[in-house]
Design a protein around this ligand. Structure first.
Ligand code: ZN
Length: 155
């Protein structure tokens, strides 16, 4: 797959916004995971994990952000949209990312327990599925990147 090398500065910018969302989750005593969805260089959705707050197993940041982006665009097809999330998506979210036709997935920390984008399993790189999502890992340096996300993983 063709790699777009011009996107690095944007990837860092949007990953910082995802980290800011993760911080909001942390303030609610949620596992700190944040997500933003970007289309044509505009943030169209941002969300954080709300599983405990709403007592729903599916209230992961990616699910909430994809729902918001679909409402924003009036379509379940998030063609041309890039999803930034602070932690490698689980199997449910990876499946949804594929179903929603997300163009690129950019994640921060790998999740050794349940990461479904190459770490514990690989939902997206699968010859049986008909939509290919470009997957990229972006690690940030400095305080924003030293991570509420990483500390959550050790719980
Ligand atoms: Zn998930």
């Amino acid at each position: 797959m063709e790699q777009n090398t011009k996107t690095t500065q944007f990837d860092e910018k949007y990953m910082r916004l995802a980290l800011a969302e993760a911080q909001l989750a942390k303030q609610r005593d949620e596992v700190p995971i944040g997500c933003v969805i970007v289309k044509d260089n505009c943030v169209i959705a941002r969300a954080h994990n709300l599983k405990e707050t709403v007592q729903m197993a599916s209230a992961h940041a990616e699910v909430l952000a994809i729902d918001m982006a679909s409402k924003q665009l009036g379509s379940w097809r998030l063609t041309g949209c890039d999803l930034y999330v602070t932690i490698e998506p689980c199997a449910m979210c990876a499946g949804l990312i594929y179903q929603a036709r997300i163009r690129r997935l950019i994640y921060g920390s790998a999740d050794p327990k349940g990461g479904a984008c190459g770490t514990a399993m690989n939902v997206l790189e699968n010859s049986y599925i008909n939509h290919k999502v470009e997957v990229k890992r972006v690690r940030l340096n400095g305080p924003a990147g030293s991570s509420p996300a990483l500390s959550a993983m050790s719980k």
